[in-house]
Write a protein that binds this ligand. Structure first.
Ligand code: UDP
Ligand code: MG
Length: 139
């Protein structure tokens, strides 16, 4: 099977709580390899643009504030079946519903401050990687 790409962010709560190293270790042990990685503090405008697809949702404004409240780590990952396998590795959006041993089960605080992002499709993985890394810009 060919390797594919997914995109993740270690979110502000996890960075502030010093879970960055543990989460990267977990991701590598799950078989993903790192293609690109960046530590960055998003402005509200950048966070709003990244999550523009959720602009109509009731949680959007809080999400944008939260995602610009502290630094994040943006990472492009590679693995066979990367998108689906990474969603399994992180667990459900709500950490209370995330399977034991998943990253959100282990490290997330709440449905909003849920430790990590994970792309939901191959197409969105490319778009999201291109948001942070010029080498992944779509052509
Ligand atoms: N989110 C939230 N409240 C909700 C649902 C989502 O604050 O009721 C936040 C949460 O940080 C989530 C992000 O919005 O990770 C994007 O939501 P999505 O439904 O895409 O969840 P994900 O794909 O991250 O599991
Ligand atoms: Mg999503």
């Amino acid at each position: 099977m060919n390797k594919t790409t997914t995109f993740t962010m270690i979110k502000p709560d996890a960075v502030i709580n010093n879970y960055t190293g543990k989460i990267i270790d977990h991701v590598l042990n799950a078989g993903f390899s790192i293609q690109a990685m960046k530590y960055i503090w998003l402005t509200a405008e950048q966070a709003g643009s990244f999550y523009a697809v959720h602009a109509a949702r009731p949680f959007y404004n809080d999400l944008v504030s939260y995602m610009s409240s502290g630094p994040i780590v943006a990472i492009v990952l590679e693995k066979e079946n990367a998108v689906e396998d990474f969603r399994k590795t992180i667990g459900a959006t709500d950490p209370q519903k995330a399977e034991p041993g998943t990253i959100r089960n282990l490290y997330a605080k709440s449905i909003e401050a849920n430790a990590v992002h994970g792309s939901d499709s191959d197409e969105n993985a490319q778009i999201e990687a291109g948001f942070f890394f010029s080498q992944f810009e779509r052509f």
